[in-house]
Design a protein around this ligand. Structure first.
Ligand code: C2O
Ligand code: CU
Ligand code: CU
Length: 515
């Protein structure tokens, strides 16, 4: 895409009413964090989820229309145990088809909840899931072709925890006491304070970005944690926004798990970047008892572009804070600038922490190594290449950004539900090389397995530090090593796709069988 097109897109977005956010309401921060209720998925019947409508006052006094799995917004925390068979039934009480996809879970295609497993209003889907996955924090969400973005935005999403009775968890694991789920999402509200999802041109191109941050469905909440070690399971359940989490006092914390489960050992860091659908478990030491906030650098469009003119960081020439679009003062509306600008100077507040009494129990120090599950993958026997395309033939037909057609794609083709793009043999290690065109930043998610990242942008990656992944940022050539053990047929294939939901919805997705 050329520079001129970007300028005209940016100019057009200034006129997009949805971006013209009024501050008539004030989003009051500091409400207590909601801790999702646990649904312990035991064998046998009784584990029923209902996809329903609800309302939620995200902003005091303004009821937003929401969807949820058995609750008004989002769903309960599903807790599965490795080695068990889990029965769960999901009933659709909405008026359009949905699915329930167990993102990251190693189950065969017919249980995966992908687009082929849609069930309509009044219908129930009742899979029996053999849980064969290491201890991990996963994600569940609807995965309807073309409508995943709006459905997840409305609330059809939740967190999964897999427990492994075969290991002794040396980390804080007392749910709601020293082990907390944090489902982080960005949302946009209209001038009356009601949640809205409308795609302006910039949203269509870069994915939807809201200007209010919700954790577990609460705007910038507050959580009282015990003095001592606390485990936070962070899921970026935003449609597109990338976070770069850090604490306001710059304190160090340790990452202990990524998408697919525990790392080999705790990894010290002061900031953590998560793209859409990525998970990280971190352990934070609150024993100094000082209150602190979790914030994120506002990674705007500048950070979504790669290299040269559109370089990462705040000062990108076209879209940066003080780039050709003019300085923020002149633009006036800060919300709008945050929606389309580069990295703004002000960090976004995610949530705040108060520290209470010391935890009654739980570990007081971090172990030096973790019981990670690391089967060796061996050398690849095959290589496949994938390019994530901003333009496909469909897009050319449909015009630049208009219409609801399939505009983006992979390897030149938008997603087609009855075309199998790759056929894969179970048990064979493969090397996949993923790249992006137009210098755009995307993610790449693969169903049915976890993978190792081995090279990024020409440099070897220490995959042990990154751990087992099912989503990876792609901002240049990215190589992953993977092997499939679960099967997927032509009727219910596995997906690979960009997890920017607005890209997935317009065709940046492909599908494959495993035989
Ligand atoms: Cu989070 Cu194909 O899914
Ligand atoms: Cu998935
Ligand atoms: Cu993308």
């Amino acid at each position: 895409m050329r520079r001129r097109e970007f300028l005209s897109l940016a100019a057009a977005s200034l006129a997009t009413p949805a971006l013209n956010i009024s501050r008539a309401w004030a989003a009051e921060p500091g409400a207590p964090l909601l801790i999702p209720e646990v649904m312990d998925i035991a064998p046998g019947a009784g584990n029923a989820l209902d996809a329903i409508r609800g309302t939620r006052d995200f902003i005091a006094g303004a009821a937003s229309e929401t969807w949820g799995y058995s609750q008004e917004y989002l769903g309960p925390l599903l807790r599965f145990r490795r080695g068990r068979i889990a029965n769960i039934s999901v009933t659709n009480r909405l008026d359009e088809p949905i699915t329930a996809h167990w993102h990251g879970m190693h189950v065969p295609g017919y249980l995966d909840g992908g687009p082929q497993l849609a069930f309509g209003p009044g219908e129930t889907w009742a899979p029996e899931l053999p849980i064969d996955h290491p201890a991990a924090t996963l994600f569940y969400h609807s995965h309807i072709h073309g409508r995943t973005g709006p459905q997840v935005y409305r609330g059809l999403a939740g967190m999964i925890i897999i427990d492994d009775p075969g290991i002794k968890d040396p980390l804080p694991h007392d749910y709601g006491v020293n082990d907390f789920p944090l489902i982080v999402q960005d949302r946009r509200f209209d001038r009356s304070g009601r949640m809205i999802y409308g795609l302006g041109m910039m949203d269509r191109m870069h994915g939807f970005r809201g200007d209010q941050i919700l954790v577990n469905g609460v705007v910038r909440p507050k959580l009282t944690v015990p003095a001592g070690l606390v485990r936070l399971r962070i899921l970026n359940a935003s449609n597109a926004r990338v976070y770069d989490f850090r604490f306001t006092d710059g304190r160090q914390f340790h990452q202990v798990a990524s998408d697919g489960g525990l790392l080999d050992r705790p990894l010290a860091m002061a900031s953590l970047q998560l793209d859409g659908a990525e998970r990280a478990e971190i352990v934070v030491d609150f024993s100094d008892r000082s209150p602190v906030s979790l914030v994120s650098r506002d990674i705007g469009m500048g950070g979504m572009m790669n290299g040269g003119m559109m370089g990462d960081g705040g000062g990108s020439m076209m879209m940066g804070d003080r780039g050709m679009m003019g300085d923020r003062g002149r633009m006036g509306d800060r919300g709008m600038m945050m929606g389309m600008g580069g990295n703004s100077g002000t960090p976004l507040e995610i949530m705040s922490f108060d520290v209470g009494e010391a935890a009654p129990a739980g570990p007081t120090r971090l172990p030096t190594s973790l019981p990670s599950d690391a089967p060796a993958l061996g050398d690849p026997v095959r290589r496949r290449d994938f390019t994530l395309n901003m333009h496909t033939r469909g897009m050319m037909r449909g015009g630049m950004m208009g219409g609801d057609g399939q505009m983006m794609g992979i390897n030149g083709e938008p997603y087609v539900m009855d075309r199998i793009d790759e056929t894969i043999r179970a048990g064979e290690t493969e090397l996949w090389r993923i790249n992006t065109d137009m210098m755009m930043r995307h993610t790449f998610h693969v169903h049915g397995t976890s993978f190792r990242v081995v090279r990024q942008n020409g440099r070897p990656v220490d995959s042990a530090r990154i751990g087992w992944k099912d989503v990876v940022r792609v901002q240049g050539p990215t190589e992953i090593l993977l092997r499939f053990d679960k099967l997927a047929s032509e009727e219910t294939p596995f997906m690979y796709h960009c997890h920017i939901l607005e890209h997935e919805d317009v065709g940046m997705m492909g599908q494959f069988t495993v035989t």
